[in-house]
Design a protein around this ligand. Structure first.
Ligand SMILES: Cc1cc2nc3c(=O)[nH]c(=O)nc-3n(C[C@H](O)[C@H](O)[C@H](O)COP(=O)(O)OP(=O)(O)OC[C@H]3O[C@@H](n4cnc5c(N)ncnc54)[C@H](O)[C@@H]3O)c2cc1C
Length: 423
């Protein structure tokens, strides 16, 4: 038996954020995590002196909830340059942010990468989305709207050319959404676009796993229990694998949607489909890029979906005298892991020069359950409130939006619901 105000199941970002809010409000809590470290889908492994995140992820500087909950200065972020180098017809071409790198944006126009019409449409879209963001009407935490469209339908309705969608929006936001049809809802696109426009994308010095580590460090000692897998739940009671039973006045289930549906049968919507990702990490003698920028692939036939050099961005990703290169493999690629490594290297040699021949494979990371489906139809299935029964609550990115910001928001909302029920 435990004697705490609240048990939280799952120490991903949502569970950690919930625990932090409850602890700040003076509530006693126990955070139960099945795995061997906090962070869930945000984790970093150490391999031969390199820091390898479990799947390519970035933190967006403008995330409002991150500003609220994280000590960003202590995380010592390094930042990507705005924009991207797009692989187009086997060559690298720049798409730049005209508000932050005007001269580079002029070059994008001159190179034909961005037509004048699409440039103007992007400018109008940016103003509209930033105004909506400031007015609070762009919040992806708002309930799903019946008439919400896919990102692709939204871009087409806004007059963007097929060529620009294929050359920029699809590779860049497809990489963020881990899909290539731009089926993700327009509200997620709008918020993400605004976040990229308002700030930079970055990596913390300790790897992405430093974010949950920082949150976990704010909790009272002894409140996080690792290796504690919850098997079933009834209001006020939690049963662990192994037979132990714990009780508390409130229970928050902050797992992913599949686990929540299993341990809270009939209380939460059916789980949504997952999007998966495969990332290959290489050790390189030096960075293949001359600046800290993301490379995204737009060639349908290629293996490389995106390529980054985290050691150019933040300290700690590679040992001295080496660089870490990450390649996210296109979701459609059916090559075996061994062949995907060879194909990625071959493509890198063509794009970035013969130096890529010296890259050594460090690790291939598979994340089969990366992001829940965020089509407009899937988003309408989100729970209406974190409270699913008396004393029972849910949190997780599937309740809000599939991002670091969304997971942090959902944890805070669940904590607020616990506090308002229990006073
Ligand atoms: C490859 C990849 C790329 C991404 N890219 C970005 C990005 O660039 N920017 C961005 O903002 N977001 C990105 N995301 C999304 C973001 O990482 C997630 O939305 C967020 O981490 C989800 O947090 P969560 O707490 O909701 O869920 P999770 O992280 O899944 O946490 C759930 C926790 O519950 C635990 N658990 C499960 N079952 C049990 C049980 N029975 N008992 C006890 N504990 C249990 C799990 O072990 C886990 O720790 C990416 C995610 C992935 C995987």
């Amino acid at each position: 038996m435990s004697d705490v105000d609240c048990i939280i199941v799952g120490a991903g970002l949502a569970g950690l954020a919930c625990a932090r809010e409850l602890s700040k409000a003076g509530r006693s809590l126990l955070l139960l995590e099945a795995g061997d470290c906090p962070g869930g889908r945000v984790a970093t492994d150490r391999v031969e002196g390199f820091q390898i995140d479990r799947g390519f992820q970035v933190y967006l500087e403008a995330y409002p909830e991150g500003r609220r909950q994280l000590d960003l200065a202590a995380l010592q972020f390094g930042w990507f340059e705005p924009g991207a180098l797009v692989v187009d017809g086997g060559r690298l071409r720049e798409v730049s942010d005209p508000w932050r790198r005007p001269w580079a944006a002029v070059k994008s126009l001159l190179s034909g990468m961005v037509g004048v019409g699409d440039g103007l449409r992007t400018s109008r879209l940016r103003s509209r989305l930033l105004a909506a963001c400031r007015a609070g009407s762009l919040d992806p935490q708002l309930p799903g709207v019946a008439g919400e469209r896919s990102t692709r339908a939204f871009l087409e309705a806004n007059g963007f050319s097929e060529a620009f969608i294929a050359r920029f929006f699809n590779p860049f936001f497809g990489g963020v959404f881990l899909e290539h049809g731009l089926e993700t809802s327009e509200s997620i696109f709008g918020f993400t676009f605004a976040m990229f426009a308002l700030g930079r994308a970055g990596l913390p010095a300790g790897g992405m796993g430093a974010i949950p580590t920082q949150l976990a460090a704010t909790l009272p000692s002894g409140s996080l229990r690792l290796g504690a897998r919850v098997e079933s739940i009834a209001p006020g009671h939690v049963a662990l694998a192994g037979g132990e039973s714990l009780s508390a006045r409130s229970v928050v289930v902050a797992t992913d949607a599949d686990v929540a549906a299993r341990i809270l049968p009939g209380m939460v919507p059916a789980p949504r489909a997952w999007k998966s990702t495969r990332m290959v990490a290489f050790a390189a003698p030096k960075s293949p890029l001359d600046r800290p920028i993301l490379v995204v692939g737009s060639d349908d036939s290629g293996t490389i979906d995106n390529l980054s050099v985290p050691s150019d961005i933040a300290a700690g990703y590679a040992p001295p005298g080496a660089a870490l290169v990450l390649v996210t493999v296109r979701p459609e690629c059916t090559l075996s892991d061994v062949d995907a490594v060879l194909a990625a290297k071959r493509e890198a040699v063509k794009l970035l020069g013969a130096g890529a021949q010296a890259w050594e494979h460090l690790k291939t990371v598979h994340v089969p359950r990366s992001l829940p489906d965020e089509t407009p139809a899937a988003r309408r299935l989100r729970p209406a409130s974190p409270r699913v029964a008396d004393g029972l609550f849910v949190a997780g990115d599937w309740c809000t939006s599939a991002s670091i910001n969304g997971a942090l928001v959902s944890g805070r909302l669940a904590a607020e619901a616990v506090l308002s029920e229990r006073g």
